[in-house]
Write a protein that binds this ligand. Structure first.
Ligand code: WTA
Length: 631
């Protein structure tokens, strides 16, 4: 049994022990898992050489820990509850035994397709149980899964397939999210026209709409599993064998393939799941994220299943058929632990309170948030109306790169402060560093958030580009992992994340690189130059603001805006659509040609009196023109 901290004193002593003796601490946690071969090496490497590793002389299979290990005691227990987008469609309850059979069977399908250990498999699927099956089937045979969120375009999908050199694509005919139909197979077809890497595309029938099938390449999921054995011996893998790649945005244009490995990720996601949410054996746990993001990987699939929990998967959106949907689902399944994003809370907060007050939410015990800073107003609404002031809110700070939650209250144990992620988890050493790279000691301070030492679920590299990995995370402040976030540490030593300090923006909890959006806009033939920044947005947290300089006079601004939006949708996907596009005659630049984003941010916020000194600009008059809206 993975140990669970039960009070604040214990947290403090466990934390101190974990920092003094990380290897000893994690060795004990690792004993709670099933290994094929247990080695002696707990961790090695450091952040100067960027060669950290965990459990590298042990062997295991993570799916044995997610599935096989539970069969004796929890075989008939529900592993996955599935709730459709359509409230009238019956949900599903899949037991651990059933899930084990489905995963084993699909693992055999992949083997039949020639997929071997280390091969990359791209997964572009809706939130249905087969998505979890696909992920786990890859892990069972040592294939590396690369899940791409269904909101990405064909081009973005093709780029990710190319980068990871995936030979197999798993998708579905289509899905509904609210009223919107997303034709995943059609998009996959377009993607496969842009890359020649895919030899096999397997499509799950979800909605039954017509799709194209290319002979020799495409097949149906149900045909593939037909008659295939549900027995599969999980492959013995090394602790450091890659488990998955997940693409995320950074400050430069090209998305980064974050690579996670097996054993460290397993140990950390399970431990953090159990402790942060204070999970209890019969809890019904619901995380509303999509498995296309890290939150879904770690805290819908791996963390909960490793702990033998019942995890709820929801295909739909919070506002369909109305703004009471989340609370209907909580009531229907008597959810005990509910984990969502601040943007969803803000969207629901803006709706009639009747959507909440008519629902029975008494099953709830713990609430969580993730993905962006939660503003105090949203925190209080969540606490008052959803938790009825009875449920601790765990504000969990972490990243795709960190694999698991690093800074967060432990539910019911850590005293809360609205908008604070509070204290680090055992094994995690946050430090604040000033712009000169010096550690800022003491409390009541603010700086760039770094982590001093490796923790088990840390990303090991960027797929195929270790040099870029070192450059991105370990060169700004040598010897430390730099998160890209700004952070305060208050008088009590509590951490409060203030937001990104790099050119990444956080739109509805989705990470978007400004450079990516700029590259997409610049693909429009009429666009000469563009700068994209984030600005405060009531619901989304941040909105996307694009300043665009065109070659020629803009005659029909509305039309041009539409074309630019279409370009962004084509190249990245609807999630990266700018909320505002302003055509300008020039951008504020320094004499060396660097765009002054700080000024653009202030202009977007309408804070014209806080622009600072603009006299050093190459052409100060552009600022006046942007202010007055003159092109
Ligand atoms: C932000 C999501 C404040 C942060 C798990 C981080 C947060 C980025 C929080 C990672 C939080 C995440 N409070 N900010 N509780 N959680 N963030 O990779 O800027 O999609 O660097 O991982 O989200 O986003 P990612």
């Amino acid at each position: 049994m993975i140990p669970k901290i039960s009070n604040l004193e214990e947290y403090k002593s466990v934390y101190n022990k974990s920092i003094k003796d990380p290897a000893g601490f994690w060795a004990e946690i690792a004993d709670c898992f099933q290994w094929k071969k247990k080695g002696n090496q707990i961790n090695s490497g450091n952040f100067n050489d960027v060669n950290h590793s965990w459990f590298e002389d042990s062997t295991l299979n993570i799916t044995e820990n997610c599935l096989d290990r539970h069969l004796d005691k929890r075989g008939e227990k529900t592993a996955i509850i599935w709730e459709s987008n359509d409230p009238k469609e019956e949900g599903k309850h899949i037991s651990y035994r059933e899930l084990h059979a489905m995963v084993s069977q699909f693992a055999n399908v992949l083997i039949n397709k020639g997929v071997q250990k280390g091969d990359r498999v791209c997964i572009y699927m809706p939130m249905v149980p087969e998505l979890a099956v696909a992920v786990l089937a890859c892990a069972r045979i040592g294939a590396i899964h690369s899940v791409v969120f269904g909101g990405f375009s064909a081009r973005a999908l093709a780029d990710r397939i190319d980068d990871a050199e995936c030979r197999v694509l798993l998708t579905a005919d289509s899905t509904y999210r609210g009223k919107k139909e997303i034709r995943l197979k059609d998009i996959s077809d377009d993607a496969m026209n842009l890359t020649d890497k895919i030899d096999n595309c397997i499509t799950l029938k979800r909605t039954g709409n017509d799709i194209n099938m290319k002979q020799g390449r495409d097949s149906w999921w149900h045909d593939e599993i037909d008659g295939v054995s549900t027995f599969n011996e999980a492959l013995e893998l090394n602790g450091e064998d890659p488990l998955f790649i997940l693409y995320t945005s950074g400050s430069t244009g090209k998305p980064k393939g974050i690579l996670h490995t097996t054993a460290g990720y397993m140990v950390y996601t399970a431990y953090s799941f159990k402790n942060v949410f204070q999970y209890e054996e019969n809890d019904i746990y619901w995380c509303t994220a999509d498995i296309g993001w890290i939150t879904g990987h770690s805290y819908i699939v791996y963390g909960p299943l490793l702990c033998g929990a019942t995890t709820l998967m929801f295909e739909g959106v919070p506002t369909f058929p109305d703004a009471g949907r989340f609370w209907d689902v909580v009531e229907k399944y008597k959810v005990n632990i509910f984990y969502t994003a601040p943007t969803a809370i803000r969207a629901l907060q803006a709706c009639d309170l009747g959507f909440v007050s008519s629902k029975d939410l008494s099953s709830l015990r713990v609430l969580g948030t993730v993905g962006e800073p939660i503003n105090e107003e949203a925190w209080h609404w969540y606490n008052d109306h959803i938790g009825k002031k009875q449920c601790p809110i765990v504000d969990t700070w972490w990243q795709t790169e960190t694999g698991g939650i690093l800074i967060s209250p432990l539910a019911g144990i850590t005293p809360l402060k609205p908008s604070y992620a509070t204290l680090p988890l055992p094994g995690v050493e946050p430090i604040l560093v000033n712009n000169e790279g010096e550690i800022i000691e003491g409390n009541g301070v603010e700086g760039n958030l770094c982590i001093k030492n490796s923790w088990p679920s840390q990303t090991r590299t960027l797929y195929g580009d270790h040099e870029r990995f070192i450059q991105t995370y370990f060169s700004t402040y040598p010897g430390y992992y730099f998160t890209g976030d700004g952070c305060k540490r208050d008088e009590d030593g509590y951490y409060r994340i203030t937001g990104r300090v790099d050119d990444v923006i956080n739109v509805s909890g989705h990470r978007i690189g400004t450079a990516e959006v700029e590259n997409a806009i610049a693909e429009h033939e009429g666009v000469c130059e563009t700068a994209v920044i984030g600005y405060p947005h009531d619901i989304k947290g941040q909105g996307i603001y694009a300043y665009v300089v065109c070659y020629e006079e803009v005659k029909n601004a509305d039309e041009l805006r539409k074309e630019i939006l279409a370009k962004v949708i084509e190249l990245i996907g609807p999630i990266a659509k700018p909320d505002k596009i302003q055509f300008v005659s020039g951008l504020p630049k320094t004499r060396s040609g660097k765009i002054m984003r700080r000024i653009l941010r202030k202009l977007a916020e309408g804070e014209f009196d806080k622009l600072g000194d603009v006299s050093t600009l190459l052409d100060p008059s552009v600022v006046e023109k942007i202010k007055s809206g003159v092109i």
